[in-house]
Design a protein around this ligand. Structure first.
Ligand code: C2E
Ligand code: MG
Ligand code: MG
Ligand code: MG
Length: 300
């Protein structure tokens, strides 16, 4: 920490550098990330990219859409994980601009893939603050869809269970409007919050994603197996589709298939990858005789 402080003093030479050098490392770190993220956004997203991770069918391993995950190549630090910079963006008022960039980039990519004959539904992750500004969010989504000549069905949004529960009444209103637009909705990290069944039933969501922590323990914990079984049955009883996130082993996949989990996602199948790589992966993994209608296929 001392040498970092020294180098800030040496390189800066202004009042701010002196001030920063005396702050706690964590705070200084966050300020620096926020400043650099703002610069990245002002430069049109320089250093930002979306990577895409497939969601595959439980029974056939066909690609049934992808999740967009934000990546940031910091000019000096190299790759910074979303776990580190998303909270900074939320704290320093940058998450709306960042979320807007994600919406545009995802729509641009859907249109680009489409031009290559690849039809993929893309799911983006939404922050709680985007949901708190529903007018701006809806407008941005509509604009991006129109600009790239997409239908809303080609895009979906993931909202974590804890976010959905934070302000239930407000969330319900926003999700109703997103649903009315035609965008499909998923509850992310399901099982970590405390949503009530009554509430869940009212939301226009079509998908539940079971949190990775339960999937991780599937082979070793009878409790985890019981929870996953109950969630899958509950979801199906409510006509929701279930995705297991963070599937890493064949053993986990086997348990999930036996329990009729609709879709699987995880390093076992593919890591999040750049758009071009994802397209190659999707084309490779797709059997020509598996071509089906839009909702189930990556092909025209
Ligand atoms: P998430 O939406 O639950 O995304 C799943 C995370 O698990 C991703 O981490 C993904 O890379 C990772 N993952 C997928 N399969 C496996 C696996 O088999 N094993 C393990 N160990 N990990 C796996 P990532 O990309 O670091 O993203 C972390 C979180 O950051 C996301 O969790 C999401 O909440 C947030 N995030 C990412 N991109 C965005 C974005 O564009 N906007 C917002 N608001 N949040 C985002
Ligand atoms: Mg997600
Ligand atoms: Mg998740
Ligand atoms: Mg997660």
């Amino acid at each position: 920490a001392d040498s970092a402080a020294q180098s800030v003093k040496r390189s800066g030479g202004n009042g701010f550098a002196f001030f920063e050098a005396h702050m706690q490392d964590g705070v200084r770190d966050q300020l620096e990330l926020a400043r650099d993220l703002r610069a990245a956004l002002e430069a049109g997203g320089a250093g930002l990219a979306l990577h895409y991770q497939p969601k595959v069918a439980g029974d056939t391993a066909r690609v049934l859409g992808v999740e967009a995950l934000l990546r940031w190549q910091h000019p000096r630090r190299g790759p910074v994980s979303p776990g580190a910079f998303i909270p900074v963006a939320e704290r320093f008022g940058l998450i709306i601009a960042l979320g807007d960039w994600v919406i545009d980039e995802a729509c641009r990519q859907i249109a680009d893939w489409r031009g290559q004959g690849l039809k993929l539904r893309v799911a983006i992750n939404l922050s709680v603050q985007q949901l708190r500004q529903p007018e701006a969010l809806l407008q941005r989504l509509q604009q991006a869809l129109a600009r790239h000549q997409l239908t809303a069905a080609q895009l979906s949004c993931e909202i974590t269970e804890s976010v959905a529960m934070a302000d239930a009444a407000a969330t319900e209103r926003v999700l109703q409007r997103l649903g009315a637009l035609g965008v499909s909705l998923s509850i992310d990290d399901f099982g970590t919050g405390y949503s009530s069944l009554a509430y869940l039933r009212r939301l226009p969501v079509s998908q539940l994603k079971i949190d990775r922590s339960f999937i991780q323990d599937l082979e070793t914990s009878a409790d985890a197996r019981a929870i996953v079984k109950a969630v899958i049955e509950l979801a199906h009883a409510l006509s929701l589709e279930v995705v297991a996130e963070g599937v890493e082993t064949e053993g986990q996949a086997a348990v999930l298939r036996a329990k009729r989990c609709d879709k699987l996602q995880g390093f076992l199948f593919a890591r999040p990858m750049p758009a071009q790589e994802l397209a190659q992966w999707a084309l490779r993994s797709q059997q020509p005789d598996a071509r089906q209608d839009f909702s189930d296929s990556v092909f025209d």
